[in-house]
Design a protein around this ligand. Structure first.
Ligand code: ADP
Ligand code: MG
Length: 301
């Protein structure tokens, strides 16, 4: 099959591994720079141009859309979908996952457990909002933050009030969440591919930090998850409609809680921690789901 990896940087570990795994499995692999795709929206024949030529003959794409280019990236994925090209994660599912509030609303509708979370617009409601999520300490998150940036722990009610008011003053959209102290700065990343948890790792924050993100200096180790954690991770990915997802769970005293679902999970940490060939599992999913030579652009006049 001819498979494109949508990525802005061919040197990134995840991009390299997907190209390598696809090549090993006998596919024609290409890195497509998402931001260099430009589109023709013609009704009869939607197309994508790339460095002066038409992008044709692709059977599938693997979107690796960075959070900073969600808007343009999902438009490119949508255009591929309009051309009949199979995308391992659909554009609408990627958009859902990028908005923390929208994701949590979808998960709550399906009864998936999560930390108590609140959302408000007016500074006049801050005091009651804090009360609603159980008071300080609490976590304040920018709705579109990622890699731990924009996630703040407020230890006291006073600190929480000032941080929330400051964000509101900047017109930043935030959510306010119960702090799961007993998680002890650790969380569990489950890699879900095609409705199965294919790998799981524990991420532990570095000393003096509560955010376990590897980008924030966290460290990863192999972990065995419980059947409940496994089924929650699978349900969370399915609820957002993601075939490939990094589902993050917190171990709380009342059981596992979903924290967030990522649509372009990094492969480096999880492959290193688990010694599993995740890139190959992702390519295998494409083999089982995309139909080769079925893209509608082929032979269409
Ligand atoms: P990001 O999208 O920036 O990764 P997250 O919501 O995943 O934002 O939060 C970053 C990290 O902060 C998590 O990996 C976790 O370690 C910690 N964290 C987030 N929310 C909570 C919470 N409610 N209780 C305890 N720790 C949290
Ligand atoms: Mg996270």
């Amino acid at each position: 099959m001819k498979i494109g990896v949508l990525s802005c940087n061919p040197k990134l570990y995840s991009t390299r591994r997907l190209i390598e795994a696809g090549t090993q499995r006998g596919h024609e692999m290409h890195v497509i720079n998402t931001l260099r795709c430009y589109m023709n929206l013609a009704a009869d024949k939607p197309s994508i141009h790339y460095k002066g030529a038409d992008l044709v003959g692709y059977d599938a794409i693997i979107p690796r859309i960075g959070a900073s280019i969600t808007f343009y990236g999902t438009a490119v994925v949508r255009q591929f979908e309009m051309m009949g090209v199979y995308s391992i994660n659909e554009s609408v599912a990627i958009s859902r996952s990028r908005d923390k509030l929208r994701s949590l609303q979808l998960l709550s509708r399906k009864g998936v457990g999560m930390p108590i979370t609140g959302f408000a617009h007016s500074p006049d409601d801050v005091e009651d909002l804090i009360k609603m999520v159980g008071g300080a300490p609490l976590v304040i998150k920018l709705l579109e933050g990622t890699q731990g940036i924009g996630v703040v722990l407020a230890e006291t009610k006073k600190a929480a009030e000032s941080v929330i008011e400051a964000f509101m003053g900047l017109k930043a959209n935030i959510l306010v969440q119960e702090f799961i102290k007993e998680a002890g700065g650790a969380d569990i990343r489950c890699l879900v591919v095609g409705g199965k948890v294919v790998a799981a790792m524990e991420r532990r924050a570095q000393e003096g930090e509560f955010r376990s993100n590897l980008h924030r200096g966290g460290s990863a180790t192999l972990i065995k998850i419980t059947p409940k954690e496994r089924s929650m991770a699978i349900r969370a990915a399915a609820t957002l409609g993601l075939n490939v997802a990094g589902v993050d769970l917190l171990r709380s005293s009342r059981g596992p809680l979903i924290m967030e679902v990522n649509s372009s999970p990094g492969l480096e940490g999880i492959e290193a921690a688990t010694s599993k060939n995740i890139a190959s599992i992702i390519i295998e999913l494409i083999e089982n789901n995309a139909k080769p030579h079925k893209t509608r652009t082929k032979g269409k006049g």
